[in-house]
Ligand binder design. Sequence first.
Ligand code: NAP
Length: 550
Amino acid sequence: MTSPEPSPDHSASGPDVDVLVIGAGITGIYQLYLAREAGFSVQLLEAGDGVGGTWYWNRYPGARFDSESYTYGYLFSQELFEEWEWKEHFAPQPETERYLNHVADRFDLRRHMRFGAKVTAAVYDEHSGTWDVVADDGTKFRARYLIAATGVLSVPYTPDVPGRDEFGGESFHTGAWPQRPVEFAGKRVAVIGTSSSGVQIVPAIVDEVASLTVYQRTANWCTPLNNAPITAEEQAQLRAGFEQLRETLNTSVHGFHHPAHDRAAFDDPEDERWRFYETMWNSPGFRKLTSNYTDLLANPKANAEWCEFIAKRIRRIVKDPATAERLIPSDHRFGEKRPPFVAGYYEAYNRRNVSLVDLRESPIVRVTPTGIETTDGTREFDVIVWATGFDFGTGALARMGIRGRGGLSLMEYWADGPRTFLGVQTQGFPNLFFPGGPHAAAGNNPRYNGDQVDFITDVLAYALDNGFAVIEVTERAEERWTNMVNRGAASPYSFGESSYFFGTNIPGKPVRYLLNSGGRPKLFSVIADVVANGYDSFTLRPTEPAPDTD
Ligand code: NAP
């Protein structure tokens, strides 16, 4: 099979390709692979100049997994799993980017990919039941199915601080990091934002910089990543345990291989609880959330005690008491925001060249041509790093000029927040799918995004086998899923409204839960129902209805 060439004139032609995937991140690569395996002709368009998605754009110093590498990578090929030896339990960005390039080559996927092609318009043609897609490099494709694997954390957000664009030094956003090396040696550097990205870059550059000033609005509950190299013995165990690991990851609630604890906090006496917190503190990555006491999120007293343990650790690590107090969150519980896992972050504040500015005490007034002014005065900088997050969930989909039936824009349809079925389709936009978009489950991303890709490919294959070409979710199915998401948003197991998962970090964005609050089990159960009921959550047609000529 060769990569299809787009036809120059679409007016009288059929689709150039069965499936057009947008985005060469972990989800898009898998979707491309699976659709091709299912026998569809496939093309992929990618805005960047290489594969990787998140792991292409977020190449800032210190960027690395906080999911275990071998649980994040693909599971569709045992040979791939066995031949790729991750070097560390939590791989750094360059290794992940190498891995995704390896996958693209290993499965001969690159010839279906076009890079440097950022989609600017995707319009549904109601006569043919196809999508006309245009990219900013002039590429045009007509596709039967459009699959936007454009990611949830792919549109960087830089706050509109007065004077921002007049800064005379260099400024970078962690989520749009340049390909070229950025010189930090001897520079006066500001980092704005202290969530997962900000806390990773701080320890990574602290040795090089002349000075580092961290601007914190909200302190986060950071705990150690506890990374380590994967030993030869562990590599052998991983290979030998592949089937079991795959089974665990494909069925677990959060997509990790972490064992769940079997006790609630106050089942244990105090001394045992504190010993257990110590074990948690020393455990790798997300285990502090997934293997902690069963009532950590639901019982405020249990959560408060774990937070007290972390606060004590912060006070023990950070030598300056005033700085330590500022680094201890006071406005949210553990797990209300997505907790960062990191090495050496708190320790960095013991360096003489590192200081913390608490923006609650002294907010930013403006960026000047040479620095940052707060209500407390001005500091001069050579480099500003904006670690200020993303327009989560809907950001990329809203910016691609997507228009469905009757010319309805997706942005308008979602003006009050996304409406989806299973986080993969929305009504009025037939043959458009968005795995890994809004309303997907929370946890280890590639696992539940992969569930969605598996399901979408099954739907396409079912349509093909049964002579259908147009697939559109029913109003009722979309309504039920969207209501389920919104109802569950207030559950203690959902993130809090102060997190970006509600869109509250973006001025003017509707406040709606952007994850699947029913989690992976809900996704699995609804998919099973859909399949058992002959895909009746979708309207399936051989063609679009003939246009009304009256
Ligand atoms: P984020 O979690 O949205 O954090 C943005 C940070 O910028 C917050 O500290 C926020 O403060 C601050 N901020 C935003 N607007 C501001 C303003 N106007 N003035 C001052 N500060 C401002 O973004 P992120 O750190 O890039 O992380 C996003 C997600 O990416 C993570 O949750 C995670 O899912 C993923 N990620 C993963 C890894 C990993 O795998 N290890 C690493 C990095 C990122 P407030 O809290 O006060 O809003």
